[in-house]
Design a protein around this ligand. Structure first.
Ligand code: SF4
Length: 369
């Protein structure tokens, strides 16, 4: 399957490196070789669009410019800087890995691929990205963009999520980056640029479905899918899981100009973040039905409210879950004791200082006007 080395260099590596020199987007983390800065960008870019990540990365690097600073930062500071990016486990793992790096490697980011891979929150993709981009090592990367380019280039029709196909794709990615390393004359940055060029091609040219712009692609003359008109059919990904509808109730409860907040506990979704009091919905309801249900729930708990009304409805998606949040606001006539004991009453002034998941941030914005 693998083409001869010279052919790969001529057909793929050289055209990609040349294309990358003139077409790479000017992204802030591409102006540095600092492994810490590259690591932060790679973790932020998981599941998140480049345009969303840029301001987050810039703010992060300003506030926490070194791995030592990250190790010493509080979890609340980190979560606050991550607020809105979602998948908060990524931020907690960064914190853990920074502490480990300071303890074991005196704060020097390890250069060895196996050691990078041993850090919390770093999988094969991220380890390959850091080793190749920061240290110019011939280590492969395989993410959704690279999978799309390789399956199309080699007309691989099997499901790329299957283990055998995954192994094949890692092997191909490894082969390409090694050929970049073996190019003579060897230019500094060959491995870094080769890997980034494949990702860049997948992100900007080799787009999903029939959005691919093969006429602009440096691989078009030798790409299997392009030559056999199979571009839109590859990669052959499994069908998406059926969508599951869910509802939750959010109670924005106010007492004496303070709002009731709860911090998510260890191993809970959104661990460490703050949310307005919320509960699961037993069945799918309209906002009006939900209002009545929630009012009765408060009454059953002995919580007396002087006002209780619909605040807003928020819809959001997490993987295949479509979640509707029915949000209500109420003013309490007296501070409840045990029923909501695990909560904290937060003044409107300090609401902003609490890191919150996106939906609750929206509610905070409504409250703060
Ligand atoms: S020729 Fe088309 S399908 Fe092939 S790698 Fe380029 S953009 Fe993707």
């Amino acid at each position: 399957m693998q083409k001869a080395n010279k052919t790969i260099q001529k057909d793929c590596v050289r055209p990609l490196l040349k294309w990358y020199r003139t077409h790479a987007r000017d992204l802030p983390w591409r102006r540095t070789h600092d492994p810490y800065a590259i690591w932060i960008s790679e973790i932020m870019l998981q599941q998140t669009q480049v345009t969303t990540v840029i301001p987050y990365w810039e703010r992060w690097m300003k506030e926490i410019p070194t791995i030592q600073a990250l190790a010493e930062a509080s979890e609340q500071t980190i979560l606050k800087l991550w607020e809105g990016l979602g998948y908060y486990r990524r931020a907690r793992m960064l914190h853990k890995a920074a502490k480990m790096t300071c303890d074991r490697y005196q704060g020097n980011f390890p250069q060895d691929h196996e050691t990078i891979l041993s850090l919390p929150g770093i999988g094969p993709y991220t380890a390959g990205a850091i080793a190749s981009i920061a240290f110019d090592q011939p280590k492969p990367i395989l993410d959704g963009n690279v999978i799309r380019v390789l399956t199309r280039y080699y007309s691989i029709k099997s499901n790329p999520k299957d283990r055998e196909t995954q192994n094949q794709l890692w092997g191909l990615a490894d082969h390409w980056v090694h050929q970049a390393d073996l190019m003579r004359p060897r230019t500094a940055g060959n491995c870094s640029h080769l890997n980034q060029s494949i990702m860049e091609l997948g992100a900007t040219i080799c787009l999903p479905g029939n959005l691919a712009q093969c006429n602009k692609c440096p691989l078009s003359k030798t790409c299997g899918a392009n030559m056999t008109s199979q571009v839109a059919n590859l990669p052959n990904l499994p069908k998406r899981r059926a969508v599951v509808q869910q509802q939750r109730f959010v109670y924005v409860l106010k007492y004496n100009d303070r709002y009731l907040m709860q911090q998510k506990g260890t191993d809970e979704h959104n661990e460490g973040l703050w949310e307005f009091y919320n509960t699961d919905s037993p069945v799918i309801m309209s906002p009006e039905e939900a209002l009545q249900f929630c009012l009765e729930t408060l009454q059953k708990k002995g919580i007396q409210v002087s006002t209780f009304s619909i605040l807003t409805t928020i819809k959001h998606t997490i993987t295949h879950h479509r979640i509707t949040l029915h949000c209500f606001e109420g003013s309490l006539t007296e501070k409840p004791s045990s029923q909501l004991a695990d909560g904290k009453w937060v003044t409107i002034k300090t609401l902003k200082a609490h890191p919150m998941p996106s939906a609750h941030q929206k509610l905070r914005s409504i409250i703060l006007g």
